[in-house]
Design a protein. Structure first.
Length: 329
């Protein structure tokens, strides 16, 4: 059974890579010549950071059998918190900690409402989606928050290009991409190891696979769900930090529709909306596919509705494949 799961996971990842190669080849053919340049890859990596970090938490939530529709609102709220704190204290570390902490608190609120009220996650997070967005607008008085320039602005900015140094190769490699991209890689490895190698990770999969069986096996269902939403909230807080770095201001209207992109990336990456199945690498590949489509459509001068239709079609196809896989099993 384990070998079958492992093989199916490998086939899924291989399929994602082949799909991305096909999409990339199409845009290579149709888009302007600079689409396949190194600079464009760097730009795509920077754009992908926000969605990619948010998918880490969403992957855990969907594996556990849940969903979170409040991601975009929380990201906007975090940018407002960071902007206001930088205005008040001009201390980037205070703004960073409180911004990520705000994401964790909203994740905690989602987890408590889901576990205590016994309400399905879709309804709870649909409510907090509106609640958090309204709170962000109220906190910012319905305007953007300009704040002093700090090193937080540099997290997603392209480092100054330098020639490759034989004497310091690691420094040269580090300077190829922004700090935010490297943080995405680091946290992706941490969350992937947590899912595969820890008891908490196994509990997440167990709850999503069969909640009743997991309860009979002694898994603390409510605590696991609460911890998952708190973890996802902290990661969304980190995504909000990257959004602030990219915008360089607090914006209560930012990240509108981000939750759909994040869920789409996770589903495209092979996660099952029924729970119990998904992988961090697959979700990151799903996010990268969506970024490639978005960049390619933009460089071809296509309207936004074309990108939305293509992305929607891919989501429907991914869900259809998941349903067929479930019926087959």
């Amino acid at each position: 059974m384990k070998s079958f799961i492992k093989n199916s996971s490998v086939f899924n990842l291989a399929g994602l890579v082949i799909a991305w190669l096909g999409i990339f080849a199409f845009f290579w053919w149709k888009a302007p010549p600079n689409f396949h340049s190194l600079d464009n890859f760097k730009t795509m990596a920077r754009q992908d950071t926000i969605v990619a970090i948010a998918t880490l938490g969403m992957t855990c939530i969907i594996i556990s059998g849940g969903i979170d529709l409040s991601v975009g609102s929380v990201v906007a709220f975090v940018t407002v918190v960071i902007g206001l704190l930088l205005q008040a204290h001009q201390n980037p570390w205070i703004a960073l900690i409180c911004g990520i902490g705000a994401g964790g608190l909203w994740g905690f609120a989602n987890g408590v409402l889901i576990t205590r009220l016994k309400v399905v996650p879709f309804i709870v997070t649909l409510g907090t989606y509106l609640l958090v967005r309204g709170a962000a607008k109220g906190l910012a008085h319905n305007r953007t928050i300009d704040s002093p320039v700090s090193w937080l602005n540099d997290l997603t900015s392209q480092p100054t290009a330098e020639k490759f140094s034989i004497t310091a190769p690691w420094k040269s490699i580090w300077q190829l991409l922004p700090v935010g991209v490297w943080l995405t890689v680091i946290f992706a490895v941490i969350v992937a190891l947590m899912l595969r190698r820890t008891r908490f990770g196994r509990h997440i999969v167990a709850v999503g696979s069969n909640e009743q069986a997991a309860r009979l096996c002694g898994v603390p269902i409510e605590r696991v769900k609460l911890a998952v939403y708190v973890l996802a909230g902290l990661l969304v807080g980190l995504a909000g930090l990257m959004q602030y770095s990219r915008l360089t201001l607090g914006d209560p209207t930012a990240a509108d529709g981000l939750e759909l992109k994040v869920i789409a990336a996770v589903v495209i990456g092979g996660a099952s909306l029924n729970g119990g199945q998904g992988s961090i690498l697959g979700s990151l590949l799903g996010a990268w596919i969506m970024t490639t489509i978005s960049t390619g459509c933009a460089q071809m001068g296509l309207d936004n509705w074309v990108e939305q239709m293509v992305t929607g079609g891919i989501i429907v196809l991914s869900v259809a494949i998941d349903r067929l896989r479930v019926r087959k099993d």
